[in-house]
Every structure is written in structure tokens, then in C-alpha cells.
Design a binder for this molecule. Structure first.
Ligand code: NAD
Length: 240
């Protein structure tokens, strides 16, 4: 919004609106942001939302595929590797990979018809490297906390899907890139944060503001000749 965009968000039905989103709605630019409800796995709803967006705002210039699921440490997420349920893996792929693909199909097609646009998929450092399980050993759960194996795999698949879409829609003037954040500072426990920061060449976790410049770069004509690439915003985590 600070870069002048009108922003239409899509999030799952029934969830409360975050404080950050409410603050944006109440800001002076609040008439340039709205939230629609839908599931990236629900094609029928997405088609309806697409038609609504086209009618109300026209063809999008930028599509950001941000919806994603992970499993933070907690009692429900401790497994022996050999016991990770099929359904957990399937759901992660459905949302993180197939959901992003479906949104790109539905919102990207009119962009391609219009001959312009930028699609930005949100990946993850774990699309490039495996999680270091030593970061979680202090949690002392038995069986241990496992970062879902499907999470990184789903983001690696999204990176390759990005290259597919970039080559497919390049001739139509639609650029497709993937922005892969490192660990973003949130409600992680202190020991985790310390261990994680020790592992980052820049010595800290990402702040949300660290992601803004790279996102605006990929969204704007500043990256007019950039497509099919992964922009890692991870403080150097994956450089080691
Ligand atoms: N937080 C991090 O450290 C981090 C690091 C690397 C990558 N990422 C990626 O960044 C993106 C945002 O992550 P976040 O940490 O802000 O997570 P988050 O849980 O705060 O946000 C994800 C959003 O996606 C929505 N969502 C989930 N399933 C959906 C579905 N089926 N349909 C529509 N919306 C759905 C959720 O409701 C939520 O609003 C994700 O793709 C995540 O994988 C996050």
C-alpha cells in the first residue's frame, strides 16, 4: 500500500482479522485494502472471487501467493519420522504447492491475456535446505518435534513451479518469481531464537520490514527483466 497499490487479500473464512490488518484498514489509505474470504484449495470460490476482483478493480498487476501452512512446535507436532501421517503431508502440499498453483491459474490467466503482470510466490529457506533439528532439541519432547518434512518439499516444489510458470507466461509478459524468507521473528521461544540467530550470517531473524523492499522490487518494473528466479531474503542462512 505504501508503494501505491490497492490490495485485495484472500484468507480463510471464519478467521478473525489480525491487528496488523485492522491497523491498515484504519490508516489514511484504508480504502485501498480489503479482505475477501476463500480457501486456495477451493476452485469454485476462487473463480467467484476472481470475477468479483475483475469487476471491482480490473485485472491485477501483481499476485502474491502468500497463503501457507507449517506446524510450529507443540504437543500435536511431535512425531517419529516414520509416523508422520499421510494426511499431514497431503494437506501441506495441497495448500503450499497446489493451492498456490491454483491461484496462479485463476488470477494469472487474465494477467497473461492482458500481456502484463508480476506473480510472486512466497517460498521458504526450507525449500533450499533441510531444517537443522538441533534447533529444536531443547524442547525435549519424546517423540521429538519435527518440522513437517512436507513443508520444505512443498516450498521446493513451489520454486520449480515458479520456473514453469515463468517460462510458460514469459511470452505473455507475465513475470513469475519466488521470494523465500528466512526465519521471521515471531513468538518463537528464546532458546530457539538464540540458536537460530547464531546460524544466520547476519546474526538475526528477519523482521517483517526486511521483506518489504524485496517484495516491492519483484512487484515493480525495477525487476522488469527478472523472471523465474528465487530471491532469498534469509540473512545468508542458506549461504552456508
Ligand atoms: N514466518 C516465517 O518464519 C516464514 C519463513 C519462511 C516462509 N514463510 C512463508 O510465508 C508465508 C506466510 O507465513 P506466516 O508466517 O505469515 O504465516 P501465517 O500463518 O501468519 O499466515 C499464513 C496465512 O495463510 C492463510 N492460509 C492458510 N491456509 C490457507 C488456505 N487454504 N487458503 C487461504 N489462506 C490460507 C492463513 O489463514 C494465514 O492468514 C507462508 O507461505 C510461509 O510458508 C514464513
Amino acid at each position: 500500500m505504501n508503494a501505491g497499490a490497492t490490495v485485495v487479500g484472500i484468507d480463510l473464512p471464519g478467521l478473525s482479522i489480525s491487528e496488523a490488518f485492522q491497523a491498515l484498514q484504519l490508516s489514511p489509505e484504508g480504502d485501498r485494502i480489503c479482505l475477501l474470504r476463500g480457501d486456495v484449495c477451493d476452485r469454485t470460490t476462487l473463480l467467484t472471487l476472481r470475477d468479483q476482483c475483475l469487476k471491482d478493480y480490473g485485472i491485477p498487476d501483481v499476485l502474491v501467493n502468500n497463503a501457507g501452512i507449517d506446524q510450529p512446535p507443540g504437543p500435536a507436532t511431535t512425531y517419529r519420522l516414520e509416523d508422520v501421517p499421510w494426511e499431514v503431508c497431503q494437506k501441506v502440499f495441497e495448500v503450499n504447492t497446489l493451492g498456490a498453483f491454483q491461484v496462479a491459474q485463476i488470477f494469472g490467466a487474465p494477467m497473461a491475456e492482458a500481456g502484463r503482470g508480476s506473480i510472486i510466490n512466497i517460498g521458504s529457506l526450507y525449500g533450499s535446505v533441510s531444517p537443522d533439528k538441533r534447533l529444536y532439541e531443547h524442547l525435549k519432547a519424546d517423540p521429538p518435534f519435527l518440522k513437517p518434512p512436507a513443508y520444505g518439499a512443498s516450498k521446493a516444489a513451489l520454486a520449480n513451479l515458479t520456473r514453469y510458470l515463468a517460462t510458460h507466461w514469459g511470452p505473455s509478459g507475465v513475470r513469475v518469481n519466488i521470494l523465500s524468507p528466512g526465519g521471521v521473528l515471531g513468538r518463537q521461544d528464546e532458546t530457539f531464537k538464540q540458536k537460530f540467530c547464531d546460524r544466520v550470517p547476519l546474526g538475526r531473524m528477519a523482521n517483517l520490514s526486511d521483506l518489504v523492499g524485496p517484495l516491492v522490487f519483484l512487484a515493480s518494473d525495477a525487476s522488469a527483466y527478472v523472471t523465474g528466479t528465487e530471491l532469498k531474503v534469509d540473512g545468508g542462512f542458506t549461504a552456508w
